[in-house]
Design a protein around this ligand. Structure first.
Ligand code: HMG
Ligand code: MG
Length: 299
């Protein structure tokens, strides 16, 4: 069976924008997050407290985050790689954070300048301190299906790292198909592998990229397995600055279109969301890659 409701974890303002070469003004980012919240998205990932040299686009986190304080009833998680990032986030009153690990050594090195084990050691005090402060913690795991340098990633390897991440005390786990190579059978195999090792489906979210056009099929497979949290990016923005072959995330509009057709509740106003992505595309200077945005906007 399928769930009656899906919680969309909107990542456009973070995962989507982090890869944009031209600096997007803080004003535009603030309006983007406000419009996403107004369109009914109740979890809008806002920015990252990472080293500004690693992700220059999000170097304005200190300016942006305080401008979102008037948004009520909407979770505004932020990415935090280490204690320095946690301090920055807590200073501004963040109530939800996400650490981000990798299932592969190659990506851990490139994204965090650490081995997998060293990154888990880096996250340990972050998660402990966050939980101690009553802050909700999401654990992202990248390269859960394939890796641009290592090829296909074995399910056992992903499950091992996922368990280690959850054992730190994360409240939820997001399975990242960072380069978009997953197919539905692989999704089912990974979810089953996680369940077998005690990671329950209720704690799992899925994070698909649409490189090979499989993001919606993979999402449906995950929903059929019982997953109810799906990451998506307004307008299909995104990629990853440290994984060259990554293209856009699953577009939130494409996801909402499918879920609406299935009678699954999301709380999202598709018209308002499409208008938001069309507006942002104007700022970025190119049309949204989302098929649903193009169809609804008539472009
Ligand atoms: P490092 O160079 O090893 O850092 O980078 P370090 O610990 O050696 O510190 C070096 C200097 O950086 C120090 O300053 C620190 O204070 C400073 P100094 O003492 O030399 O003056 N520093 C910081 N400054 C500000 N904020 C911080 C911070 N940390 C250290 N948080 C580090 C290690 C983790 C910092 C770096 O690798 C980094 O920032 N990486 C972030 C990369 C990133 O954001 N990638 C994109 C997100 S992951 C993703 O998109 C995938 C996902 O969407 C899911 C999917 O699709 O798979 C989540
Ligand atoms: Mg991503």
């Amino acid at each position: 069976g399928l769930p009656a409701r899906v919680r969309i974890h909107e990542v456009g303002a973070r995962d989507g924008l982090q890869n944009e070469k031209a600096t997007v003004p803080t004003d535009v980012k603030a309006e983007f997050v406000h419009r996403l919240a107004a369109a009914g998205l109740d979890t809008v990932e806002a920015t990252s407290f990472v080293h500004p040299k690693w992700v220059p686009q999000l170097a304005d986190a200190e300016q942006l985050f305080p401008r979102l304080g008037d948004i009520e009833g909407v979770h505004l998680p932020v990415l935090v790689p280490n204690e320095r990032g946690l301090d920055r986030a807590l200073d501004l009153g963040a109530r939800r954070i996400a650490v981000f690990g990798s299932a592969t050594e190659s990506f851990a090195r490139r994204n965090l300048n650490r081995s997998v084990a060293e990154s888990l050691a880096m996250f340990e005090p972050v998660v402990a301190r966050a939980k101690g402060a009553g802050v909700h913690v999401r654990g992202y795991l990248s390269m859960c299906f394939g890796d641009p340098w290592e090829g296909p990633v074995p399910v056992d390897q992903v499950v091992g790292t996922a368990k280690a991440l959850m054992d730190l005390g994360c409240d939820e786990l997001s399975l990242g198909d960072t380069i978009g190579v997953a197919t539905p059978g692989h999704v089912r195999a990974l979810l089953t592998g996680l369940n077998d090792q005690g990671v329950g489906t209720e704690a799992i979210g899925v994070h698909f990229h649409d490189t090979y056009g499989q993001a919606l099929s993979n999402t449906l497979a995950a929903l059929q397995h019982g997953v109810t949290t799906v990451d998506a990016s307004a307008g299909g923005l995104g990629g990853c600055p440290y994984a060259k072959s990554a293209t856009g995330n699953l577009a939130t509009e494409d996801l909402v279109w499918m879920l609406r057709g299935l009678g699954i509740e999301t709380g999202v106003d598709l018209t308002a969301l499409t208008a938001t992505s069309t507006w942002l595309a104007g700022h970025l200077g190119r049309p949204s890659p989302s098929r649903t945005v193009r169809a609804l906007a008539g472009t």
